[in-house]
Each structure stands twice: as C-alpha cells, then as structure tokens.
Ligand binder design. Structure first.
Ligand SMILES: Nc1nc2c(ncn2[C@@H]2O[C@H](COP(=O)(O)OP(=O)(O)OP(=O)(O)O)[C@@H](O)[C@H]2O)c(=O)[nH]1
Ligand SMILES: [Zn+2]
Length: 369
C-alpha cells in the first residue's frame, strides 16, 4: 500500500516510474506531466520506439476498432512531439496522426489503472529499457531517485479498492436544513480519498429503512451553485428530504466528476463547450460513462449499522450497486434540482443516455447555451 501511494504521488508530480517486469522492464510517465526534458530522459534509456498507452475508450474515439476494456498501446515515431502526444490523449487535432498499434506489456493494464486512480488523464508514455541501461536504472532505484514498482504490487491496484474506509473523526455540525446533524469522516485505505457521512436526526429514532443519499462531490455545483448541473440543489434538498423522512444519512462521496476528478471534469466541460455531450466528452478523455465505485460506500453504510434503506436518487445504477454490495434498497425517492438553460443538455443526456429518472423536470429539450 505504501509503495502504491508513493507511485501515485510520483506519477502525479511528473516523475517516471520503473515497472520492474522481468520480461519488459520499462519507464512510464503520465503524458499530462510531460515536458521536453522528461521526454528526452525517456528516450535516452531506450532503443525501441516509445509507446503510448491509452484506454479502450480513448482508442475507440481515435478510430481504432478495439473491443473490450483493456488498454491499447500505440507505437510512436522516433521523435514524438509533445503537442501531438497531448492531442492523442485528449480531444485535439491529432486524430489524423494515427500511430500503429504496438504490443501490450503485462503491466500495461495495471499502469493505466494507476493513472486513473491518480485522477490523471489515463494516458501514459512508456519506454522499454535497453539492456545496457538496466544497471543505471537499478542504481537510481537504490539511490532513491527512481521508484520501482514490481508487477505483483501493481496488480493489486484494483483489488485494493475493496478495502474498507476507516472511521477517522466526527463532530456535531448543525445545518440549515437539519439542526440535528453529525459529520463523520471516513478515509480510504490509500489515504487519498475522504468521504463524509452526514448523520441527519437521531439514529435511535430513525425509521426501519432510513433515508440515504449517496451524493458525489461536485465542487462547482455544491459550493458555487454552478448552473451547469443540478448538484447544489440536490445536496441541500437531499438533506432536507432526509430530515423530513425521519432521519438518515447523506454520504458525501469523494467522487468528483463521476469519479474522474476535478481536473478531468473541467477538461470535459471544455469539450462540452465545443459540442460533445457529457458522456462523449468523458469518452474523448479516455473514461467510461461513469467511473464511480460503490464498494467503499456500502462498507461505510454497514459501519453505520445500515443494512436496509430508502435511497434518495434518480440514478438506478446506484440502487443496483448497493443491492450488489448486500444493502437492501426498500424504496426510492426522487431528488430533483432545477432545470435551466445551462444544464438542460446535461440533464437530457443523463436521462436519455444514462437512464436517470428525470421526467418530472425535463419538460422540454432546451438549448444548452
Ligand atoms: N465527468 C463529468 N462529471 C460531471 C459532469 N457534470 C457533473 N458531474 C459530476 O457528476 C456527479 C453527479 O452525478 P449525477 O449524474 O449528476 O447524479 P448521480 O449522482 O449519478 O445521481 P443522483 O443520485 O440522481 O444525483 C458529481 O460527481 C459531479 O461532479 C460532467 O459533465 N462530466
Ligand atoms: Zn454538479
């Protein structure tokens, strides 16, 4: 776990990682952190063309006929240029500069999972280390200049998401929508994610299936009242609804941008301003429709003693995810925000493409801007 945490930090700060696989020892770097020096450094260790690792979503949006969820490796010409690389990772002008497909290495899938977990663009550059440089790389690892990530460790990256968040601290926080409220903070085992359970009302007086809302963080909507989405209203109405239903929990989940992080959500917003809808924009960036995971969420509910609940949501996928994790969803209540001309396109896409139950507010299709 400690090494995975360090690997996430290295990747985010633009340091290379040494993937110490016997067959294909290589250095990887996140493309969004690339600069001319870092690119030269990678090239200095290899005699083969550099490879670009992208997700299946990104490969498909680049026009590759790939099936399944696994990543795709592209073979880069001798002198890849940073702008063209960025264009291959993120919607840009590079679609006509299609590179040939390269061989996948055993650690590629886990490496892409690591980039996702680091909430970076899931796009990595990889350099196979030429045999004459392995001793230099080994020395850098010994000197602490380079972090080595062995294959078994990297393969744990997905498995670790099933570890339970830990209860850290709590306090009474009266809210305008419910004066009787306590905030309980849970920390993910990787030490990065933090979720808050807002306990509304007195748990001893809750109904048998207490009201629960799983609210995914939305800095723009929750804090600033962004008109691009409906989150801020849903947050406040969620607390009020839970209080009116006799109490329960609003879980404020560290899942900004449907799990892709704020940096990527802002990238997706920029794409939406050039015509993509919310789902296609995420696909252009290499992400699926919804990258959120709910195993930790179910563990928090269990820690709070909740085995059955009434869910405040319009998203059937959340009901399915909780049921799959062993929590019984006895009923559903809608939590609606307000339709406006900035969020109409977003809400329509959620209804038409992601199956959200929003008929009550989607009276008519309005232009987005
Ligand atoms: N990637 C991405 N995330 C967005 C966008 N707009 C809002 N979000 C995020 O979406 C999450 C909220 O998801 P929604 O689809 O609005 O609602 P939900 O949580 O699935 O369902 P409800 O329970 O009905 O609210 C928050 O994490 C927001 O930050 C967008 O255009 N792109
Ligand atoms: Zn929002």
């Amino acid at each position: 776990m400690q090494r995975i945490r360090r690997a996430l930090a290295e990747l985010r700060s633009g340091e290379p990682l040494f993937l110490s696989d016997e067959r294909d020892p290589s250095l990887i770097l996140a493309v969004e952190t690339l600069n001319a020096n870092r690119l030269e450094m990678l090239k200095a260790f290899t005699e083969k063309p550099l490879r670009l690792l992208v997700t299946a979503h990104r490969a498909r949006s680049l026009g590759y006929a790939t099936e399944g969820d696994g990543p795709v490796a592209l073979s880069l010409a001798d002198t890849p240029n940073i702008e063209a690389l960025a264009g291959l990772c993120c919607a840009g002008t590079a679609k006509n500069q299609i590179a040939p497909i390269a061989h996948l290495h055993l650690m590629d899938t886990a490496a892409i999972a690591l980039a996702r977990r680091a909430r970076l663009l899931p796009c990595l550059i990889s350099a196979s280390i030429a045999p004459q440089y392995t001793a230099i790389v080994a020395q850098q690892v010994i000197d602490g200049e380079l972090l080595s990530v062995p294959r078994p460790l990297l393969q744990q990256i997905n498995a670790q998401t099933t570890e339970k968040p830990e209860r850290i601290s709590e306090a009474r926080v009266p809210l305008s929508e419910s004066e009787e409220a306590r905030f309980v903070l849970y920390r993910e085992p990787d030490g990065l994610g933090e979720h808050v359970a807002v306990i509304v009302g007195n748990p001893n007086e809750w109904p048998d299936a207490p009201a629960v809302r799983l609210h995914s963080a939305c800095l723009t909507g929750d804090l600033f009242g962004s008109l691009r989405c409906d989150c801020g209203e849903q947050l406040r109405r969620g607390v009020a609804g839970i209080a009116a239903a006799g109490g329960g929990v609003l879980l404020y989940l560290d899942q900004e941008g449907r799990g892709i992080g704020l940096a990527n959500k802002l990238r997706a917003y920029a794409l939406q301003d050039s015509g993509y809808d919310t789902i296609d924009a995420d696909a252009e960036l290499g992400f699926g429709d919804d990258e959120r995971q709910y195993e930790g969420t179910a563990a928090i509910l269990q820690d709070l003693g909740i085995k059955q609940l009434t869910l405040f949501t319009n998203n059937p996928a959340k009901i399915n995810a909780l049921e799959a994790a062993g929590i019984s969803v006895k009923g559903r209540e809608a939590v609606l925000g307000e339709l406006n001309h900035h969020n109409a396109r977003y809400l329509n896409a959620k209804s038409d493409r992601a199956g959200h139950l929003l008929d009550e507010i989607l009276i008519e299709d309005q232009p987005s801007r």
